[in-house]
Design a protein around this ligand. Structure first.
Ligand SMILES: NC(=O)c1ccc[n+]([C@@H]2O[C@H](COP(=O)([O-])OP(=O)(O)OC[C@H]3O[C@@H](n4cnc5c(N)ncnc54)[C@H](OP(=O)(O)O)[C@@H]3O)[C@@H](O)[C@H]2O)c1
Length: 260
């Protein structure tokens, strides 16, 4: 299947490691030009330099999603070049917190970085997509929006708001050739997952290996996903071929979410 990404330009957020880096690398390997953004530009340079020959160009791009000026500056620079065709909205995850422990300050700070600033950035980059009658907006959330994860109240709550925003936006721009979807990672093996397992091990006085094994045993596929497996779904959704998929939540979870 030809994905038709060779002449497309993408902005991938949260692209210094984990899922964002895997998606950015996947798009580049399909020939797209990729602006890969995060705070740690050096880490982006490291994975970009290891891409196979023939991959599309990767531009390591400094961005702090907690800083509106940094977001607007990047949008100004991208819009001056005609904007992007593909936007992968990805952020750092919030700290673990029980619903009763998360403070008002926590909610406001995390909502600003994970949601409000993404909504703002998306709104700024949409006009050229609508004019060209082609665009892809893909936002990473979590399996927690369908099956809330204990002790991740901030993630469960804020990401549910993102799903509502994405669905609303999808309808507003569908006739302009722009698709808008959210991805729901289950347990994909990244550094963040290792950090969450280490936290759980500390709390429960078990080894990290025991925590990870118990967690994998709860997934029907029997293992954590690989970042590349997750990225493949994102790359397809970003492609020419996914033109009739919009307003959807797509799970990449090895069957972990128990409801249908
Ligand atoms: N992996 C999973 O199984 C899973 C499951 C459910 C949900 N998720 C969510 O999916 C997202 C990606 O997951 P992941 O495992 O790849 O997480 P990760 O390894 O923690 O990567 C997060 C990325 O976001 C960037 N980032 C963090 N804060 C930022 C900021 N203020 N400005 C700009 N970039 C920022 C980080 O780069 P810098 O630090 O260099 O800025 C990094 O590239 C996270 O929100 C995570 O909670 C993941």
């Amino acid at each position: 299947m030809k994905l038709g990404l060779e002449n497309k330009t993408a902005l991938v957020l949260g692209a210094s490691r984990g899922l964002g880096a895997a998606i950015a690398a996947g798009l580049a390997q399909e020939g797209a030009t990729v602006f890969a953004a995060a705070r740690s530009v050096d880490k982006i340079e490291t994975w970009a330099n290891a891409l196979p020959q023939g991959a599309g160009p990767v531009m390591p791009t400094q961005l702090d999603l907690g800083d509106l000026a940094s977001i607007d500056d990047l949008c100004d620079r991208l819009l001056a070049k005609g904007g992007v065709d593909i936007l992968i909205n990805n952020t750092g995850g919030p700290p673990p917190a029980a619903a009763l422990d998360a403070s008002r300050t926590d909610w406001l700070a995390q909502f600003e970085t994970m949601a409000a600033n993404l909504f703002h950035l998306t709104g700024r980059l949409l006009p050229p997509m609508r004019t060209k009658n082609w665009g892809r907006i893909i936002t990473l959330t979590s399996s927690g929006v369908e099956q809330p994860i204990p002790r991740l109240a901030l993630s469960n709550g804020i990401r549910s708001a993102i799903v509502g925003w994405s669905k609303t936006l999808a309808e507003e721009v569908a006739a302009d050739g722009v698709t808008v979807n959210v991805l729901l990672p289950g347990r994909i093996h990244t550094q963040r997952v290792d950090e969450l397992d280490a936290n759980a091990a500390k709390r429960s006085e078990r080894s990290v290996a025991d925590v990870a094994a118990a967690s994998a045993a709860g997934i029907p596929v029997g293992r954590y996903g690989r970042p590349e497996e997750f990225a493949d779904v994102a790359v397809f959704l970003a492609s020419e071929r996914a033109s009739y998929v919009t307003g959807s939540k797509i799970r990449v979870d090895g069957g972990a979410i128990r409801g249908v």
